[in-house]
Structures are given as structure tokens and as C-alpha cells.
Design a protein. Structure first.
Length: 279
């Protein structure tokens, strides 16, 4: 009901939507000036409130969020158990045969004892779980599949990345790992993007994109396995940030927020880290 009018919106509905948005904005501006205190998630949002809502002074404070301790690097044993349960190759036909199956397996090892990322081998009658030598890089993207999280931005970036990998591989073959992009979440635009993801996977040999719906207990584990975590999020007029970005920073991995509000990345994340240690 409150979405912005488009070219397809009827004239009558456009008038109604515009009126509602104008009234709501005026209502918020009046109440904002009357509030005793304001909390924002970034300094950029604090500045934006001052510019657009005339809210200034000591009653405006930036409150940074921090993730709970369950967000941590995932151990190799936990990773193996997680990907065995998720069975990514079994649940996604386009991943079958994507990786070279010859991965230094012992004779005792069967395909069921390896995942896309880990393998279980026997050494002196003891099971040892190790990363696969040809494991792909894992990129995790959390989205609610809504218009403010423009997923096409990620697909465009992956297109460019695949082109770079293809060009670089001509001079140095096998110098780049394959990349698996796991997108979590549910939302109204998911069904629209699924055929686009399937087509993308058919056309790109180095990068595959799949969707997952995870149990709450598995989400931190998956993030802890990631090589890179990515978010497509506008936030509030490009000035906010979701909790997930700070959660990702706890892993101390190669994490950068490829977002429309990337100018706020240092502010959102740097205060959590001193050198290579967390506060």
C-alpha cells in the first residue's frame, strides 16, 4: 500500500499513494522534533536525520550493534557435519560433477564421506576430516528478497567477476578456485530470481549460485564456513546497516560489505577490531 508509485500505477492510485506518503513523512517530522532521544546505527544516519528531520544535538546518539558469541569460525568437524546434512550436491542438480571427484581420496573413502568442502579419510584406523584440496570458495549472501535488497546488483557483480576469472585463467590456468554463492532467506521476489539463477549457473562454469533456507542454529555455522560474506542492502535511504554485517566481522575472515552504503563500512566494522583481535 505504501510502495512508491511507478509508471504502471494508475493516476488515481498515484494520488492516493503520494498523499499517504506526504502525510506519513510530515507526521514523522513533527514527532521526531518532540522526542527526548534518538538512536541511530551509523553516524551517516545521524547526519541524515539532522538534514531531513532537523534533529540535532546531544539527544542523538549512535548505538552500534554487536553479535552474540555463537557467531564464530566453524571448526572443520562442524563444517563436515553441516555440509553432509545439507547435501548441496544432492539437492542441487547443477552442482553434480561441478568439482573434480579425484581429490586424493583413499581407497576406503566413499563419495558419501566427502562434501563439496570437506573429506573424511582414514589414517591409522582413525578418521581424519580435512578440507578438500579443490574446494570452492564459499560466498554467503543473506537477503529477504525484497525490493530494497536489489539482488540484481549481486548478479551483475558475479558476471564481472566471472569474466575476470576467465581472462586471468587464460594466462594462469587453475589459479582461481571455483566459487559457490549460497543465498539464504525467503521473500516475495525469490520466485522471480530462481529462473535467473538457474540460467546463470548454466552459463558460468566457475561460479554457481544456490538458495538455502536454514535452521536458526545452522545459520551461524554456515557464516563461519564462508570465505566471503556479502549483503545487498540499502538500509534506510542508504544510511543504515543490518546486524548481519557486524556478525560477519566476528569471523575475522576476508569480509567486505559490497553494499550501496559501502561508504559506512569502516564506521560499521572497524570499531569492532583492534589489529587482528576483537574487542
Amino acid at each position: 500500500m505504501f510502495e512508491s508509485p511507478t509508471q504502471q500505477t494508475s493516476f488515481h492510485r498515484t494520488i492516493i499513494l503520494t498523499s499517504i506518503r506526504t502525510i506519513a513523512k510530515s507526521y514523522e517530522r513533527i514527532l521526531a522534533a518532540m522526542a527526548d532521544a534518538h538512536l541511530t546505527v551509523t553516524h551517516a544516519m545521524e547526519v541524515w536525520l539532522g538534514e531531513h528531520f532537523n534533529v540535532h544535538g546531544a539527544n542523538v546518539r549512535v548505538l552500534y550493534d554487536k553479535p552474540p558469541m555463537l557467531f564464530r569460525p566453524t571448526t572443520i568437524d562442524e563444517e563436515h557435519e553441516l555440509f553432509q546434512r545439507l547435501d548441496l550436491e544432492g539437492e542441487n542438480e547443477q552442482l553434480n560433477g561441478w568439482l573434480d571427484r579425484v581429490d586424493g581420496m583413499h581407497e576406503e573413502q566413499t563419495p558419501s564421506e566427502q562434501t563439496l568442502f570437506t573429506k573424511c579419510s582414514l589414517h591409522n584406523s582413525e578418521q581424519i576430516i580435512q578440507p578438500r584440496q579443490n574446494r570452492p570458495a564459499l560466498l554467503v549472501s543473506s537477503t529477504s528478497w525484497t525490493p530494497d535488497e536489489d539482488f540484481s546488483v549481486l548478479l551483475e557483480a558475479l558476471e564481472k567477476l566471472h569474466t575476470l576469472i576467465m581472462n586471468a585463467s587464460k594466462s594462469t590456468p587453475s589459479s582461481f578456485p571455483k566459487i559457490l554463492v549460497v543465498v539464504t532467506g525467503k521473500g516475495p521476489q525469490k520466485e522471480y530470481f530462481l529462473p535467473l539463477l538457474h540460467k546463470f549457473n548454466e552459463q558460468h562454469q566457475y561460479i554457481k549460485v544456490i538458495t538455502l533456507w536454514l535452521e536458526a542454529s545452522d545459520y551461524p555455522k554456515l557464516l563461519g564456513c564462508a570465505t566471503l560474506d556479502e549483503l545487498v542492502k540499502d538500509g534506510v535511504n542508504g544510511r543504515g546497516y543490518p546486524l548481519e554485517d557486524v556478525e560477519m566481522e566476528r569471523y575475522r575472515q576476508n569480509i567486505r560489505g559490497m553494499t550501496r552504503w559501502r561508504e559506512n563500512w569502516d564506521e560499521c566494522a572497524r570499531h569492532l577490531i583492534v589489529g587482528d583481535k576483537l574487542d
